[in-house]
Ligand binder design. Structure first.
Ligand code: SF4
Length: 381
């Protein structure tokens, strides 16, 4: 696991910092948004904990667990310099920007429990971050909460991304309900970014199950209408199905619903549960051992594949999957919250396996077992 925030070991500032985001550079800072790692003239100097020189003016010392930070990384520093948050790591494939913690769903297993307070400063900060990213940034994610709560504010951010980063693949996570609004969706499509894809969850093949899981009456109708509107306007959509105690028994019916009604989507992701946030709080209500639904998961994945809907399996360990669908599994767990466990020692497919969320320490399958090499057991990972 890679830590992404912490308290500065010390901070010595001439006064409150006037900006929040800083790109770390080796050597002298040449731009006002650059902070020098180590010595050199800069608006802000940043030192690693192992440098024990006494702090000087406008300098912060990072905590040891942020020792991984290096040139090119972008950090947010509180005005007093005592809190540091990692915003961007150019060497990672898993950079995403949290736009808000507000949401009009309240999913039983939400990893980022919704909050009500106005946090629109996150949207402003996202815009500032976008302007700092290198033009060759390959991909970025936009997450919440529910980013569409901003309405036009989100659309303005998407337009900014399109103009600043035209070659970047953009993945927007949304519950999809706002796309039922024809005017909003038309404006979204008008942003005209062919590299933009919306990732939208679907938790049931009919309203009762989906609305129960997201704890919002009418959500299914809005989400499905939203996906259909996006499809009409040729917008790219990924459907995400999180498998937990309530949805796993219905995964084949959900796959049939998608194949029959939403076959135009670019991708379906069948996802394992992340045991954090509300999933952890409601653990006994949402947890199911993936081993127990492996047959249904395989049937759903193969059904979608045969319907020519591109399908991937996220957040599942290879040893818990039917061998026929192991090739559909991707290493989806972000590098900063990913680990393997001692039971994986000697597993021949460890390099291909996505491993575990660090949060799986709270609950994980009782059926983890090292796999032999594909040639030894006759199956391919
Ligand atoms: S035992 Fe192998 S397949 Fe199972 S979780 Fe560990 S690395 Fe993955």
């Amino acid at each position: 696991m890679i830590a992404l925030r912490g308290r500065a070991r010390s901070a010595s500032l001439d006064g409150p910092l006037r900006r929040e985001l800083w790109r770390l550079v080796d050597g002298p800072a040449r731009q006002p948004d650059e902070a020098t790692l180590g010595d050199g003239p800069a608006g802000l100097r940043v030192r690693h904990a192992h440098h024990d020189a006494a702090p000087r003016g406008n300098e912060i010392v990072l905590p040891p667990h942020l020792g991984h930070l290096g040139a090119g990384d972008i950090i947010a520093v509180s005005p007093t310099g005592d809190r540091v948050e990692v915003m961007w790591r150019p060497r990672s494939r898993h950079n995403s920007i949290l736009l808000t913690e507000r949401c009009d769903n309240y999913c039983l297993m939400c990893s980022q429990p919704p909050k009500r307070h106005d946090d629109s400063r996150l949207l402003d900060r996202a815009g500032e971050l976008i302007r700092m990213l290198p033009a060759d940034t390959p991909e970025l994610g936009l997450t919440g909460g529910e980013p569409t709560v901003y309405g036009d504010g989100l659309l303005a951010l998407l337009r900014l991304i399109h103009s600043e980063l035209p070659g970047t693949e953009v993945h927007l996570l949304s519950n999809g309900r706002r796309f039922a609004d024809a005017g909003f969706t038309a404006d979204y499509a008008r942003a005209g970014n062919p590299r933009l894809m919306a990732g939208i969850p679907l938790f049931g093949p009919e309203p009762a199950l989906h609305d129960f899981v997201v704890q919002a009456s009418g959500a299914f109708d809005q989400t499905v209408t939203g996906i259909l509107r996006l499809g009409e306007l040729r917008q790219r959509v990924e459907i995400r199905v999180v498998l937990q105690k309530h949805t796993a028994p219905a995964v084949v019916e959900i796959a049939e619903f998608i194949a029959r009604n939403l076959p135009f989507v670019e991708k379906v992701a069948l996802m394992g549960l992340e045991v954090t946030g509300l999933a952890r709080a409601n653990l006994d209500d949402v947890w199911v051992d993936p081993f127990d639904y492996r047959a249904e998961l395989a049937e759903a994945a193969l059904l979608l594949k045969h319907a020519r809907v591109r399908t991937q399996i996220y957040n599942h360990q290879l040893c818990l999957l039917d061998h026929r669908v192991r090739r559909m599994a991707v290493r989806s767990i972000s590098d900063w919250k990913n680990e393997h466990i001692p039971a994986c020692a000697g597993c021949a497919v460890r390099e291909e396996c996505g491993g575990f969320f660090v949060s799986s320490r709270h609950r994980r399958s009782a059926h983890i077992r090292p796999l032999p090499s594909p040639s030894a057991d006759g199956h391919h990972a």
